[in-house]
Design a protein around this ligand. Structure first.
Ligand code: PEP
Ligand code: MG
Length: 325
């Protein structure tokens, strides 16, 4: 590791014209939290918890989950940690959830859509996270929300769980924020309404790309359509960030798109509050941010939004990189 890059382990990433974007990590276990913070993460932008439910015959109990979330929050040392509630279904089946065989699993019974039927399991997870929230700066995020009704229902359940912890006298932080993933395109058009029930957003570019372009993220035959540099997708991103900020809400991005340093002019130009990526890329991304300006990035994004193909966008981004070097 070069000395130049190493300085970013304990340093925030700021552009040459003074703009800060939080660089956070995607993790799937408490151990990965420790690794991520050692590699310069300014927070955890996505703790995928479904791994806790997989490869076993019954779900993890409240105590088991509590210990895991507490460990992650302790490793964070008061930096923010966004814990995402279980995203089961789609490409992540789990035996004790009776999902059955579906013709279109990605359009089917997945994530938040399972919670009403498995309400006990959702309650257990919320209780475990809220109890752990006493030990750090924790936020809760729900995957695959598609409608305002879901957001409203989530807020109600969330408030009920907090109320019962209060009544029981169980330690927790009652100011924990409740957010949602922006990964179903419908949400992009109701952000002004969603903010009545949720506190923040994180763009899941993997699913958002798949659902916008109607191209299965795992099907190589439609790989050419599954393309996050498609100007239509970039326009959606622009719309989402603008609307979220207009509504006064924090908006980050935790899909793969955020983990590619070449995409930084777009990510910065959008004005995202945070990017969250796999830990090994954090220092590289922080270093790259510190060599760009917000002003140039905005100009690159503006150009990209008016292009016709992702190939043109890709070329634009490569040129932007070379100019910098
Ligand atoms: C996403 O969809 O971009 C995302 C981060 O969630 P996952 O990859 O776990 O579906
Ligand atoms: Mg997703």
């Amino acid at each position: 590791l070069s000395k130049r890059r190493e300085q970013y382990i304990n340093q925030r990433a700021v552009t040459l014209d003074g703009y800060h974007v939080e660089v956070a990590a995607n993790i799937a276990s408490a151990e990965e939290a420790e690794v991520a913070f050692a590699q310069g993460a300014e927070g955890v932008g996505l703790f995928r918890t479904e791994m806790l439910y997989m490869d076993r015959i019954e779900p993890p109990c409240e105590e088991e989950q509590f210990e895991i979330y507490r460990k992650a929050l302790t490793a964070a040392n008061d930096k923010p940690v966004i814990i995402r509630t279980m995203d089961i279904g789609g490409d992540k089946p789990v035996d004790y959830f009776n999902i059955g065989t579906e013709e279109n699993p990605f359009l089917g019974y997945r994530a938040v859509r399972l919670y009403p039927e498995y309400l006990n399991l959702f309650h257990t997870q919320l209780r475990a996270i809220l109890r752990a929230s006493h030990y750090g700066q924790c936020k809760i995020m729900v995957p695959m929300v598609a409608t305002l009704a879901e957001a409203k229902w989530l807020r109600e359940i969330f408030n009920n769980v907090i109320e019962s912890l209060k009544v029981e006298g169980v330690e927790h932080n009652s100011d924990v924020q409740l957010g949602i993933m922006l990964e179903v395109p419908s949400c992009a058009f109701i952000i002004d309404q969603l903010v009545r029930y949720v506190d923040f957003f994180s763009i899941g570019s993997n699913d958002l790309t798949q659902y916008l372009l109607a191209a299965d993220r795992g099907n190589s035959k439609v790989e050419h359509l599954y393309d996050s540099l498609n100007p239509a997708f970039l326009r959606l991103l622009k719309h989402v960030v603008t609307e979220a900020h207009k509504a006064g809400a924090w908006v980050g991005m935790c899909g793969e798109f955020a983990g590619n340093p070449e995409h930084l002019p777009i990510l910065l130009g959008l004005g995202l509050d945070e990017v969250s990526l796999s830990a090994p890329r954090i220092l590289e991304v922080k270093e790259a941010i510190s060599q760009l300006t917000l002003e140039d990035s905005k100009a690159v994004l503006e150009q990209a939004l008016n292009m016709e193909t992702s190939e043109e966008v890709s070329e634009l981004l490569q040129n932007a990189c070379q100019k910098k070097e």
